[in-house]
Design a protein around this ligand. Structure first.
Ligand code: HEC
Ligand code: HEC
Ligand code: HEC
Ligand code: HEC
Ligand code: HEC
Length: 505
């Protein structure tokens, strides 16, 4: 068998060009198989190796194959012989006996061609599959995608493939994505991409196709208790508690409605925003039971911009959950979270104050960030509290490591990503998030605004209090916030009871 192969190879290589073609194809094939085996067996996981293996070797393989017929044509032209004569010259007699189609050599060529086609089709499907892997998307263009890769790995979607949210289904979407990918390679090569990558992402797959595959709107989400601890900047880093019960449930028509009311089957909300940025709303339309739309207009913007109709958008999951996967933290919240988990030791006096001072500045690059964060924290204690510095040396050191990792997750100097480069829409800070629409400037024809009462979206059991359930505790009638205390307590209990009723129904 092997001998036959060698004599075939020798026969095919009519001249130097042909020989080069054969050597190229064979060695590309063998190298590909070896590399692929090491990848499949997990010896190599580097995305670049995969990239080379799926781009370079198949390309060499095909180039080699193409060189063989070219070599034959060249030879024919040089010698003036016919294909048949050449075949007889190159191969043994018993190979070329009979008519061409009936000859052994024809069968051999047919088998090799079949193997090549099979190999190439398996290869291209493996290649598409490989390029769909988050590991490829996240690491092939390392510096550019690093922020998304890092935040993705820390998210609840770390097991969901990038393409599940970013590439649609069907051939159209695939071609689109590959064209887009080609553009990305070009812009990467010539440094044409923007830093940071701009949002919103307009080519995202429609949320109804993606998110709803795993989270469907009718699924009962009920209420969700959210406990937030804020530590103060005093010597004890004193904890302050905020506890909300988020009313996520879709709710029922005509009864009380919850946060996911926006995405219930029978509802539709559309809006137009300044420059289609989804930040400042010009108007918001809500579908009414009779199918007509009721419009709320932003009194601050509408007179100038109401004519901007073309770019209206139907609200979906991503209008609120724009940071469902690439979750960036705010500096104070990142610290609160690490202290709460015990990663930063609150027994070190003024630790939150020292930590915030260290991570707030934007340093030039990752290496100097690591160094200066360490210098800042050590410097702070050496200067102000040398006693503590000696006594809590180990705790201070482990805090520094935690701060460096917070920084590495959230700040990406190369891509110009700083604190708050990508704001999330899920809550409300200032006029952002829910308050883009839920604010007194958004009014309908009767002058009614989209509601924004504090207990509409969440019951409040504590708000910067000393205990996590401050408002559920008994209160003295003489206390100055007696009324608000009683109100929040009743509201919390009533709405919890109602949610429980709904669940049991
Ligand atoms: C669960 C869905 C989901 C998954 C999985 C996902 N993304 Fe995203 N991605 C989003 C959403 C939503 C946005 C933000 C859209 C917006 O703000 O308009 C986004 C935005 C981005 C952006 C724009 C910059 C930014 O941070 O907003 C890039 C680049 C990106 N994703 C790359 C990736 C890569 C690479 C992976 C895999 C490692 C991935 N995504 C996985 C949903 C997802
Ligand atoms: C392939 C399945 C899948 C897809 C697609 C998907 N998710 Fe998820 N999602 C999950 C899983 C799994 C979790 C984690 C559940 C857990 O930790 O209990 C999750 C968690 C979440 C959470 C809760 C996070 C938390 O704080 O607990 C939100 C919000 C969310 N997803 C929104 C989205 C949005 C928005 C999209 C579309 C852009 C999306 N998901 C697409 C599977 C998916
Ligand atoms: C109007 C804003 C808004 C829209 C639109 C929206 N959500 Fe949510 N969603 C929220 C809020 C607010 C929460 C609670 C926040 C939290 O848990 O941190 C939430 C919570 C969730 C959770 C976590 C539930 C739990 O029990 O922890 C999932 C999953 C989720 N949403 C998925 C979706 C999907 C899928 C869509 C689109 C079909 C969607 N959301 C549309 C605002 C929205
Ligand atoms: C694009 C605009 C828009 C955004 C953004 C938005 N909402 Fe709404 N929301 C509306 C409109 C419009 C209504 C219905 C007002 C009406 O009754 O006509 C509504 C209704 C609601 C309701 C039901 C109120 C009721 O009357 O029972 C809740 C709860 C709610 N939103 C919570 C949220 C939360 C939480 C967020 C942020 C995570 C949010 N919304 C973001 C436009 C928006
Ligand atoms: C349109 C719905 C809505 C309204 C109205 C609303 N909130 Fe919120 N609020 C939210 C959502 C959603 C979150 C975010 C929960 C999360 O982070 O998952 C939030 C978060 C908060 C937080 C916690 C912030 C943090 O530290 O993370 C506080 C405190 C708060 N709200 C107070 C208020 C007060 C006070 C009012 C009245 C002025 C109010 N909210 C009105 C929806 C609303």
């Amino acid at each position: 068998m092997f001998k036959k192969y060698i004599s075939f190879i020798r026969g095919v290589s009519v001249n130097k060009l042909g020989l080069t073609g054969v050597v190229l194809t064979t060695s590309a094939f063998v190298t590909f198989i070896i590399l692929e085996l090491t990848r499949v067996l997990g010896f190599i996981t580097n995305a670049y190796v995969g990239l080379v293996n799926y781009m370079l070797f198949p390309a060499l393989f095909v180039i080699g194959l193409i060189m063989i017929p070219i070599a034959w044509r060249k030879r024919k032209r040089e010698t003036g012989k016919s294909t048949e004569q050449l075949l007889q010259e190159q191969f043994e007699k018993r190979e070329t006996e009979g008519s061409f189609l009936g000859s052994r050599i024809f069968r051999t060529i047919a088998i090799f061609t079949l193997i090549n086609i099979l190999f190439l089709s398996v290869l291209s499907s493996r290649m598409l599959h490989f390029m769909d892997e988050p590991h490829f998307c996240g690491t092939a263009c390392h510096t550019v995608m690093n922020p998304e890769w890092v935040t993705y790995q820390a998210s609840p979607h770390a097991r969901v493939k990038c393409v599940e949210c970013h590439v649609g289904e069907g051939v159209d979407a695939l071609v689109n994505a590959k064209l887009n990918g080609l553009w990305q390679i070009i812009s990467l090569t010539f440094n044409l991409y923007e830093q940071p990558i701009p949002t919103p992402v307009y080519q995202l797959r429609p949320a109804r196709e993606t998110c709803e595959k795993c989270h469907w709107p009718d699924k009962f989400y009920g209420q969700r208790i959210k406990r937030i601890v804020d530590y103060e900047y005093d010597s004890l880093s004193t904890p302050r508690y905020t506890t909300l019960s988020l009313k996520i449930d879709v709710g029922e028509a005509d009864v009380r409605r919850g946060i996911h009311w926006h995405i219930a089957e029978e509802n539709e909300i559309r809006y137009a925003s300044l420059e289609d940025e989804r930040e400042e709303m010009i108007w918001v339309d809500v579908r009414q039971p009779d199918g007509s739309f009721k419009r709320y207009k932003n009194t601050e913007l509408v007179s100038e911009h109401e004519s901007e109709f073309e770019d209206f958008r139907i609200l979906d999951c991503v209008d609120c959950h724009n940071r469902a996967t690439h979750i960036y933290e705010q500096p104070e919240k990142a610290l609160n979270e690490r202290i709460r988990k015990g990663l930063i030791d609150r027994s070190v006096p003024f630790i939150k104050k020292a930590a915030l001072g260290a991570i707030l500045p934007i340093y030039n690059d990752t290496a100097s960030a690591r160094e200066q964060i360490a210098n800042h924290v050590r410097g702070f204690y050496q200067r102000e509290y040398p006693g503590i510095f000696r006594q809590k040396f180990a705790e201070i050191d482990s805090t520094i490591a935690v701060l460096q990792s917070i920084y590495a997750r959230n700040i990406h100097p190369y891509m110009n990503i700083r604190w708050n480069s990508y704001p999330g829409h899920i809550g409300h800070r200032g006029t952002g998030g829910c308050f883009r629409c839920h604010n007194p400037n958004m009014i309908d024809e009767e002058g009614e605004s989209i509601p924004d009462d504090c207990t509409m979206c969440h019951s409040i059991a504590a708000y910067g209090g000393n205990t996590p359930y401050q408002y559920l505790e008994p209160v003295d009638t003489s206390s100055q916030d007696y009324i608000i205390h009683q109100y929040l307590k009743n509201e919390f209990l009533e709405s919890a009871a109602e949610a429980k009723n709904n669940q049991e129904q």
